[in-house]
Design a protein around this ligand. Structure first.
Ligand code: MG
Length: 384
């Protein structure tokens, strides 16, 4: 299933202060919009992210997205509704199965919110799904400083984004919609679509006022964690080895239960170490037949998922391969690119290095390959 996310970031949004549109204002040292993009890009179910911007903010956008691989941003319209429609139209030629429409200001959506949205589409009777929170405060009507009546809060929901829809259904609804809709659920309901309520999360709050930025800073007060990983695999018969997710021709293979990619195994352990979540063997036991010959990218992707589930951001990873042969240099950029792809990180956050041990020890005797890795992440203070 192809799931594409459109992030709407075309608003002027000067209400929040800071002198730039709020989506470009920094929270925890990076623009709000970048947080929103990284959150969605980092979710394993989402296959692509595009951003709708005000073309006048192109320079701000380019600076905010430096190092990320994204499609050309889409020029927004005068209203949010027009901007979303522009985003949807950009997908019309090759529509994904599901489209998520998301506000840049809700930059801190936990993965579980997206998991629940995606799961809602298992029901064929659902055209869309939207995260929402129950209304916990009592609601009263009031006029001229006096209460005049009560409202039953049980049937009321506080609606968040991303809002997810089957692409053809929301595109048709949007094209036919009258102006003035505040969100896609309103447009979907007006078109008679069926929209499921899925669990929202307080952390997905909308950053609007100056005070919200203070709240976002507190929420995104991260503590840094760094951890290392180490792995060794022994040479055996074969004509290639897997290293850092890249197939490298060699006159030997590496022996292991999985594909024996020592680089990715060391890095997986490093990431698991940042959240003290045990080691690769705990998550993917060698006794389990499922992992026989398995491609190690799934181990690394799982570790990244666990970090992001905790609200964590992966800052940087660094792998050192230790071997005499094969020569790593010619494959180094491919390895960086592959790790960046698996972790959904900018390539500037991925380092791959290699060294020999001057023909000393087991790597020097070419009995096997060793790898060590470091990962640095930021975890929310509340969790850390
Ligand atoms: Mg291993």
């Amino acid at each position: 299933m192809r799931i594409h996310a459109i992030i709407v970031a075309a608003g002027a949004g000067l209400r929040a202060g800071g002198g730039v549109p709020k989506q470009y204002r920094a929270v925890a040292r990076q623009p709000l919009l970048r947080h929103a993009v990284e959150r969605l890009l980092g979710h394993s179910a989402i296959t692509g992210v595009s951003v709708v911007i005000n073309p006048e903010c192109r320079a701000l956008y380019d600076a905010a997205m430096a190092g990320l691989t994204l499609p050309e941003p889409i020029a927004g319209g005068a209203t949010r509704q027009e901007s979303v429609l522009a985003g949807l139209e950009s997908l019309a030629a090759d529509p994904p199965d599901i489209v998520l429409v998301h506000d840049a200001a809700r930059a801190f959506v936990p993965d579980a919110v997206i998991d629940a949205l995606v799961a809602a589409f298992a029901d064929d009777d659902v055209d869309g799904a939207c995260p929402a929170l129950p209304q916990v405060d009592s609601l009263r009507r009031g006029e001229e400083g006096r209460f005049s009546g009560s409202v039953d809060r049980d049937a009321l929901w506080r609606v968040q984004t991303p809002q997810a829809f089957r692409t053809p259904a929301i595109l048709a609804a949007h094209r036919a919609a009258a102006p003035g809709a505040t969100d896609e659920v309103a447009i979907a309901l007006a078109a008679g679509l069926r929209v499921a309520i899925t669990p929202g999360d307080e952390r997905a709050f909308k950053v609007t006022e100056p005070a919200d930025f203070a709240k976002a800073e507190v929420m995104t007060t991260f503590s840094s964690r760094a951890a290392s990983g180490f792995d060794v695999h022994k040479f055996g018969p074969g004509d290639h080895v897997w290293l850092c997710g890249v197939k490298v021709p060699h006159d030997h293979g590496l022996i292991g239960h999985s594909d024996a990619d020592a680089g990715l195994h060391a890095l997986t352990d490093a990431l698991l170490g940042t959240i003290a979540a045990g080691d690769i063997g705990d998550h993917f036991p060698p006794s389990d037949e499922r992992w026989r010959g398995a491609a190690s990218d799934q181990f690394l992707a799982h570790a990244a998922h666990l970090v992001r589930e905790r609200g964590g951001l992966i800052d940087h990873v660094d792998v050192t391969l230790i071997c005499e042969r094969p020569k790593v240099g010619p494959h180094r950029e491919a390895m960086r690119a592959r790790i960046a792809e698996i972790l959904r990180l900018g390539i500037d956050r991925v380092s791959v290095k290699a060294t020999t041990t001057e023909k000393l020890g087991f790597t020097g005797r070419q009995e096997g390959i060793a790898a060590q890795a470091m990962a640095s992440v930021r975890l929310p203070e509340q969790d850390a």
